[in-house]
Write a protein that binds this ligand. Sequence first.
Ligand code: PHE
Ligand code: ZN
Ligand code: ZN
Ligand code: ZN
Length: 297
Amino acid sequence: GVILFNEGQAGEGPDDRRVLLNGTLGAPTVDIPVVGTTFAVGEELAAAGTTATLTTKTESDPHRRTRNVLAESRWGDPERVVMLGAHLDSVTDGPGINDNGSGTAGVLETALGASVLPTRNRLRFAFWGAEELGLLGSQHYVSTLPAAERAKIKLYLNFDMIASPNHIFGIYDGDDSDRVGAPAGPPGSDRIEKLFESYFTALDLPYKGTDFTGRSDYGPFIQAGIPAGGLFTGAEGIKTEEEAAAFGGEAGVAYDKCYHQRCDTIANVNDRALGVNTGAIATAAFVYAYARTLPGG
Ligand code: PHE
Ligand code: ZN
Ligand code: ZN
Ligand code: ZN
């Protein structure tokens, strides 16, 4: 399977910090060597059951550089880009496995699956840096795109926290029909919401709208007028009685009680939610990869 590493660190002692990282989809939990805040990955760590020590340097560099990682399919019309993204960084307080190893895993699975398929439209995958510092990676990307390049992006799909332990199935509310008063997405975002709804309906699963609060990497895209959508299973918010009745789990408890904490490890991931949402990501990617008309034209 794919082992997923999230940039970030979980503090303990000043010099030799052991950070639990994790794999996805049945991969083993690993504890691996790291220098600075970039994890060095050995091949052997991919083997089931392996463990190594992870060490981070403690002095933090306020000027350190971070990166977005972008990948694009070789097929499809380069003038019609379908873009998917997830942030790769975590907060410094924890390893960031649900936030946002989960979204990263879902997008990565889809990217790997897409690599051999001859699509009509171009698929572009973004793994954002520095989301937790204020959407820095996605903001940089959108703001430095020439207008002609920006116009080629026909929609953006965002996946930030898709496997919360006490999850709901949240779909970004593109038309604001679900919660009046919250900002709707740019025109076309309602179509994206409806596509995700049809996926959950096909599986006889519940879903609900979740607001575009501006708290994740879709923010710069909707500000640029690019139709957007995506999935979210809940962060520090508290699950209501109605939600517990619809989705199961525990009312009165946070969707993710380890949000931005040291305990956001592999144990903090709901595998079923991850699987369901990964299917939704793949479905949306491929529907839009072959569509003649896209939400953004
Ligand atoms: N972007 C927030 C974070 O990474 C989580 C979040 C996602 C909150 C979507 C609200 C909506 O911490
Ligand atoms: Zn976060
Ligand atoms: Zn996040
Ligand atoms: Zn809606």
